[in-house]
Ligand binder design. Structure first.
Ligand code: CMC
Length: 502
């Protein structure tokens, strides 16, 4: 009902495929009665799944003939698809993949099994799981052109930027899987979809490990398909001279990272998954869609929050500075990264599970002094009325960042650790979108409030109407030096070195 009320509050324009009624609201009916006060007409709009159809509102037309729209920046009250992949109840702190509670999956499943569940809707049999994991691992080898591409990045390039580029580049290596080249309907074939799924999930850890090794200046190494998915990923990060027979990551660390992968595999229509569906709706190749979704995840309000949490904790520096920082948040000078969620308004069930993992990882890798800062921050924020009244609780990123820190993973790699498992969720939504009979190109509308119409003005007749300050872009120190050499500030040579001509 809250959703419908919000929609109604935002009604800005309004006329009539929707049945017109006399307003005698029948309580208990699954309809919404609306009076358009501009025309005096009343309408009965059907409510299904606590949702009214936008098209039903559009059929309500004012005297100008314009259909009624809803205004919903941030899509806080908009549903755009029917999905069967994951269920979230933000008030109760519930997350289920294909109906199975996240707590059960974290305790009993593996990332590969969860990935199969999320992608195909059912838990695999033992034989199906073995086949799926084997095929994913066979696709862990990447085309050597991607090695060359990675080598071209600067030593300090952000791994997420490299990953976005790598997925887009991967698409260029597979023209047979590109609707622009191979035909608009190729993705309707489940075998074609399966192939891209295996390739993307299989290549993901190798591309991520490559970004990491490039950053720390180690040579790229080949995957070991005999290891499990997660073990192989950690192996590719860490192996030095030992080779696959001499180095295996610690099993408890493998387990902790595997649980983190499960927790991050899917989260319905968040910013990056919506981006995935948005791109898919144009029928662009799936690699470009994955690249775009990776880009959306990179943002600090979304998956980039785990990195932002660490940067925030480093900035706070010591637990004695926490109270001051919290005051700055309340004064709106800072954002408390790792707190708050668009959907979870009670607690984030993933955060509860990760919180428990923190101790396991610290027992193996040692604690980190930033944990004290994090715990002091958590305590103050959970007790403070400002955060309680706004239902701001730690989210999954608050604790996952601490684990990555303890594992010695560089801060700018944290979002990569989120992107890898989310490949599963993005691909599940891509599959669902491809076979959805209601799929249409995504194309929202706007309320236009700009200048109505005016004539083009010749340059000689124009007066500046934009303040120069609004157009300013800083010059780099190098360019300021170059400007000085040729600009007004230039001092004649003859003044500096008497006797020379300028
Ligand atoms: N620090 C301080 N104030 C906050 C925060 C925060 N992290 N988050 C929300 N608020 C305030 C907000 O200013 C508003 O206050 P008021 O009503 O006085 O104006 C109030 O709380 C309600 O916020 P909201 O409008 O319901 O928040 P939203 O749904 O638009 O944004 C969010 C959700 C996740 C973008 C936001 O909470 C945020 O920026 N959090 C920090 C970044 C972060 O940790 N993101 C990771 C999310 S979990 C991983 C994922 O799935 O992406």
């Amino acid at each position: 009902m809250r959703r419908v009320n919000v929609v109604l509050q935002h009604i800005t324009r309004s006329a009539s495929a929707v049945p017109e009624v006399s307003l005698q609201a029948t309580s208990g009916a699954d309809t919404l009665s609306v009076v358009d006060n501009r025309t005096g007409k009343s309408y009965d709009i059907k409510i299904t799944d606590n949702t009214i159809k936008g098209g039903d509102l559009k059929a309500i037309k004012g005297t100008d003939g314009q259909g009624l729209m809803t205004f919903d920046p941030g899509y806080g009250a908009t549903t755009c698809c029917v999905s069967k992949i994951s269920f979230i109840d933000g008030d109760k702190g519930i997350l289920r993949y294909r109906g199975i509670p996240i707590e059960q999956l974290a305790e009993k499943s593996s990332y590969m099994e969860t990935s199969f569940l999320v992608l195909y809707g059912e838990l695999p049999t033992a034989a199906q799981l073995q086949k799926f994991e084997k095929e994913v691992m066979q696709h862990s080898f990447i085309n050597q052109d991607l090695n060359k591409m990675t080598e071209c990045f600067r030593y300090d390039a952000h791994p997420m930027g490299m990953l976005c580029a790598a997925f887009a580049a991967l698409g260029t290596l597979h023209p047979e899987a590109n609707p622009a080249i191979a035909g608009q309907n190729i993705y309707k074939d489940p075998a074609v979809r399966n192939k891209q799924i295996l390739r993307i999930i299989g290549n993901g850890p190798t591309l991520a490990a490559m970004a990491y090794r490039h950053k720390i200046g180690r040579p790229f190494i080949q995957p070991n398909p005999d290891f499990s998915y997660t073990e192989n990923f950690l192996y590719m990060l860490d192996v030095m001279h030992e080779g696959p027979n001499g180095f295996r990551p610690h099993p408890k660390i493998v387990h902790a990272v595997d649980v983190l992968l499960i927790l991050h595999a899917e989260h319905e229509l968040n910013c990056s998954t919506s981006a995935m569906r948005h791109l898919a709706s144009s029928n662009v190749d799936v690699y470009t869609s994955i690249s775009a979704a990776t880009g959306a995840l990179y943002g600090p309000r979304h998956g980039g929050a785990n990195e932002a949490v660490l940067r925030m904790l480093e900035k706070i520096g010591h637990k004695d500075n926490v109270a001051d920082f919290v005051q700055k948040v309340k004064d709106r000078k800072e954002t408390l990264m790792g707190f708050g969620h668009r959907v979870y308004k009670n607690y984030d069930p993933r955060a509860t599970i990760v919180r428990k993992l923190v101790d396991d990882v610290f027992a193996i890798c040692g604690t980190d002094e930033l944990l004290e800062v994090a715990m002091a921050l958590e305590k103050i924020a959970l007790e403070d009325e400002y955060f309680k009244s706004r239902k701001l609780y730690p989210n999954v990123d608050f604790y996952s960042g601490l684990i990555y820190k303890a594992l010695g993973i560089p801060t700018d790699m944290y979002t990569i650790m989120f992107a890898l498992p989310r490949l599963t969720g993005w691909l599940a939504h891509w599959q669902e979108w491809v076979v959805d009979p209601d799929n249409k190109i995504y194309r929202p509308f706007q309320v236009y409030k700009g200048i109505d119409v005016r004539d083009y003005e010749e340059p000689k007749n124009r007066q500046a109407k934009i303040d120069d300050a609004a157009l300013a872009a800083p010059r780099s120190a190098v360019n300021r030096r170059r400007d000085a050499a040729k600009g007004e500030a230039r001092v004649a040579y003859s003044q500096i070195l008497p006797g020379t001509d300028d």
